[in-house]
Design a protein around this ligand. Sequence first.
Ligand SMILES: [Zn+2]
Length: 140
Amino acid sequence: MIKKTVWSPDTCDCKIEYEWNTDDSASSRKHTVSKILNVCEAHKDLADNATKFLSVLEENQRKNILYGKIVENIDSVTEEKTKSDGTTYRDLKTNCKFNWSFDKDRKLIVDLVGFTTTDKDTIETLIQNDNKLNGKVVIN
Ligand SMILES: [Zn+2]
């Protein structure tokens, strides 16, 4: 069965309807754009819907991958938090901030608050070792 979902990423103002086939296993499942309901300034000039979707997805994943790596690797800025159902997860300490934006070239600019120089050096190394991030992120 073909299912459709509308996705509004937090990384731009695009609004994309995509579809996938529930008969496909999760590992081979392909998400294909079916409709672009809104296109933002940054993505409006891209060639076609598939290119727009890929670009929006890449930017959103880039931000999430970087955040995940920081929480996973930099113990000094994270703490254990508890969800309402009692399960715990690691997240940034309340006094540490991951403030992000994209510049006009769609580079991810991240202002880290409450991080030491050593933390930032470790993050730079994590970025350099990941080809999804390398050259596409600026840490301040
Ligand atoms: Zn967009």
